[in-house]
Design a protein. Structure first.
Length: 200
């Protein structure tokens, strides 16, 4: 008879499985990793993972939701720590970069992976939206302070987001030329965007 698992047991094993999956998915790609391989990695029977996740897509969604939640917390913590809108934009940007470089596997799975069934997982949708809210909130604060021209804050935030994401991906992929410093490029990029969106 299978062991009766407590809520704590279930949460602990789900956490272990998500941690192993994050690493394996990032190293080999989700398509190259099976639930059986994950079970072997964790030293459990081939059917054990299915007690916790319906299938690999379910597990992948959980891994990505966890990543977005950790990311959102990092951005929110930075946002709440700085009341000045300009300084807040800087610390939120720094928190974004720090998360990406400290958790590259999670970052790649969050942003560089297309999961067609994403809408089927409310926790994933909510976690991704939570992160996007902070990325929009600091732009709204800059507009409110008169530091950026008025407009659709969500669209402007997407421009900033696309810029930093592209730079982060280049750095993670080792594609920045020798002698080109990431921080110098980041400051140059945001200075140019700031001028572009500055009030007339």
């Amino acid at each position: 008879m299978p062991k009766v698992l407590s809520e704590e047991d279930v949460a602990d094993f789900r956490e272990r499985m998500c941690a192993a999956a994050e690493r394996m998915f990032a190293e080999h790609g989700p398509e190259a990793v099976s639930m059986r391989q994950l079970a072997a990695e964790l030293g459990v029977s081939a059917m054990t993972p299915y007690r916790y996740f319906k299938d690999k897509d379910d597990l992948l969604a959980a891994v990505r939701a966890q990543g977005f939640t950790r990311f959102a917390i990092a951005l929110e913590t930075a946002y709440d720590a700085e009341p000045d809108p300009a300084a807040r934009a800087e610390v939120v940007g720094a928190a974004y970069v720090r998360f990406a470089f400290e958790h590259p596997a999670a970052y790649r799975l969050m942003f560089d992976l297309y999961q067609p069934s994403e809408g089927d997982y409310p926790e994933l949708v909510a976690a991704a939206e939570r992160a996007r809210r902070t990325m929009t909130a600091y732009v709204e604060a800059l507009i409110g302070a008169g530091l950026l021209a008025g407009g659709d804050a969500r669209s402007i935030a997407h421009v900033f987001w696309a810029s930093i994401h592209g730079l982060v991906v280049l750095k993670l992929a080792g594609k920045l030329e020798p002698g080109v410093e990431f921080d110098d490029l980041r400051r140059l990029m945001f200075a140019a965007l700031g001028r572009g969106f500055a009030p007339a």
